[in-house]
Every structure is written in C-alpha cells, then in structure tokens.
Design a protein around this ligand. Structure first.
Ligand code: IPM
Ligand code: MG
Length: 359
C-alpha cells in the first residue's frame, strides 16, 4: 500500500522556486487524479531565508522539515550571499538539514535518456544506455570532520585544515545502503577510495569488504578515486553502483552528471535509516538563468518520482512520472539546456504543463 503524508517544499534560491513550482503542479496532479494523498508545506531556505529571517535555515523551517515525511528542495546559494560569514551562507542550510535529519545516504543516479544521447559531450556509443547509481556518504567525512579551521601561528602565517574521518559504523551503514541498492539493480558495487595513501580509506575498504560478505549475490570491486574519475569518462558503462565518501561522491557525481548531457535532468535522494528523505535536483541554483523561466524542471520532477518510490512506496506514481518524462522527451519537447541546435526550446512552465498532461 502506498503511504500518504506531508512534504516540506523548500524552494530556496535562483531557479529553485521556478523548478519546485512545476514539481508542486505534478504533486497536485497526483493528488487529484491518483489520490496520492500528499500535503505540501512550503518553507523558506538558503539565501531567501537569510534575507527574510536572518538565517539560511530558520528554526520554523527545520521544524517543518523534521515533522514532514519527505522534503523536496529546489536549490540554494548565489553570488548575493557569497561574501557573508560562513555560518550564514545558504550552503550551510543544506549541510545542517543533512546532518540534523541524519540523511547519511545520498543516491545520485546518472541515467541517460535515449532521446538525449546527443546532448552529452561524450560520444553516443560511450554513454548510450548509461545507468549508474552513485551512493555518496553524506553526513560524515571531511565535510564534518573535526578538527577544522584556519589558525594563525605566532609568526602570523596561517594554516587551514580539515579532517577526513570515518568510524566503522558510519562506513557499515553506507555500505549496507549501497549493497541493498545494488540488489535491486545489476548487483555490482564499486567502492571508491584512496587506500593507497590515506588510513581513513584503508579502514573504509576493510569495512566495506566485511559488509559485502552479507551480500553474496552482489559483486564488490574497489577503485582509487583518481582512476575512478578516469574510468567514469573513459568507459562509464562498466559501473553499476558506486559507493564512496562525502567528498569523493561530491566530485564524482558532478562528473557523472555530464555524461548524461545535462545536469538539468538528474534527481537525487538523501535518506535516513528509515527512508525518510530529502529529494533535490543535482543542479544548483543557476543564478545566471534565474528568473527567466527557462530552467529545466525535469530534475526536480524526477526527484518527485524518487520520493514517491522511496519514501511513499508509491511505485505506480513514480513509474507514471518517469514515463511522462520519457514521453515528453520523445515528443521532442526540450528546455534550452537540452535543446539541440535548430530546435525551439520551451519554457519551465510549458515543460511542467506537458508533464502534467502526460500524467
Ligand atoms: C552538492 C553540492 C553541495 C555539496 C554544496 C552546495 C554544499 O555541491 O550537493 O553536491 O558539496 O554537497
Ligand atoms: Mg556537489
């Protein structure tokens, strides 16, 4: 039985509000035509929240996020807030939401829709049929490790430092996450680390290997991060599931996104132990095109599909959304980021409209 519940909608900055508006239309359509039973609660986050309330993650927003069953986030950040003190920057809201809600498992699929094979900068034969899942650890590692800071020595030279740290239980839970994801796919996990240089990676590799014995149906391999970057652009289809640390996953997932032609197409899920999740497009706030009504809302709409499947266990709704996206692309509808030369791009709201019609 699909679950019903509340969704906290945090539009954020830049193109965030434009793309989440289209996602809300999709949710409303699912409610009216398929009785999805979702209640949306909109709350400010990021730079927009800082401007209104003096904090990128106001307590009311955090409360709404905590009490909802799922969160749909647009994007945060922009040049306007780049020079304010670090703890008030929009990105802080994102990091706090991840750690406050214990969203340790970040799933970032990189799927190439056949209709968009030409949109990738890589040769079509290298990327056609691509279907990778990056499982990124999201609440630990160098993003959160202590000690961190910038200190001034007696002679006034300054030293900046961060710490990459993982304990065994953090590694175990993300490894379980990855193996479970792989069981529902092609049953192959590649764990990416830097065990030839760093002790933290040595432990990572050891613990992932131990956990793998509980998943005899899944094949485990290991790769160093530098080689993984090379392999990802050389022969990306060799991968099924990639599991890695917070920092390496951040970098690899941006690289993987370009294999698919447009970062405007990629959804993501950040999950806690009970599959409560925050869903967001992989793209950022794209301040250069914000307010023009030309942003691609498909990554956010596909994030709704991931939300329906994972948090609300509504497979039917998830399938419907993904099918609608495929059909709209097959009809030749494109926002400007994925429109090839010579085809006239449609607007953000026209794309939202087209998806709702297919639904
Ligand atoms: C991402 C982003 C964030 C990250 C930034 C905005 C803090 O790049 O979600 O990949 O580094 O995790
Ligand atoms: Mg990133």
């Amino acid at each position: 039985m699909p679950k019903t519940g509340t969704v906290a909608i945090l539009p954020g900055d830049g193109i965030g509000p434009e793309v989440t508006e289209q996602a809300i239309r999709v949710i409303e359509k699912l409610n009216s035509d398929y009785s999805a039973g979702l209640e949306c609660k909109i709350a400010p986050v990021g730079g927009a929240a800082y401007d209104q309330h003096g904090h990128p993650l106001p307590p009311e927003t955090l409360e709404i996020a905590k009490s909802s069953d799922a969160i749909l986030l647009g994007a945060v950040g922009g040049p306007k807030w780049e020079s304010i003190e670090r703890e008030h920057r929009p990105e802080r809201a994102l990091l706090s939401l991840r750690s406050e809600l214990k969203l340790f498992s970040n799933l970032r699929p990189a799927i190439l829709f056949p209709e968009l094979a030409d949109a990738s900068t890589l040769k079509p034969e290298v990327v056609s049929g691509l279907d990778i899942m990056i499982v990124r650890e999201l609440t630990g590692g160098i993003y959160f490790g202590q000690p961190r800071g910038i200190k001034t020595e007696e002679d006034q030279t300054r030293t900046g430092f961060n710490t990459m740290v993982y304990n065994e239980s953090e590694i175990k839970r993300i490894a379980h996450s990855a193996f479970k994801v792989a069981q529902a796919r092609d049953k192959r996990v590649c764990s990416v680390d830097k065990a030839n240089v760093m002790e933290v990676s040595e432990l990572w590799r050891e613990v992932v290997t131990v956990v793998s014995s509980e998943y005899p149906d899944v094949q485990l391999s290991h790769m160093y991060i530098d080689n993984a970057c090379m392999q990802l652009v050389r022969a990306p289809k060799q991968f099924d599931v990639i599991v890695t640390t917070n920092l390496f996953g951040d970098i690899l997932s941006d690289a993987a996104s370009m294999l698919t032609g447009s970062i405007g197409m990629l959804p993501s899920a950040s999950l806690d132990e009970n599959n409560k999740g925050m869903y967001e497009p992989v793209h950022g706030s794209a301040p250069d095109i914000a307010g023009q009504g030309i942003a691609n809302p498909l990554a956010t709409i596909l994030s709704v599909a991931m939300m329906m499947r994972t948090t609300f266990e509504n497979i039917d709704a998830a399938d419907r959304i993904e099918k609608a996206v495929q059909q709209v692309l097959a009809d030749g509808l494109r926002t400007s980021d994925i429109a090839g030369e010579g085809s006239a791009p449609i607007s953000t709201s026209q794309m939202g409209e087209a998806i709702c019609e297919k639904l």
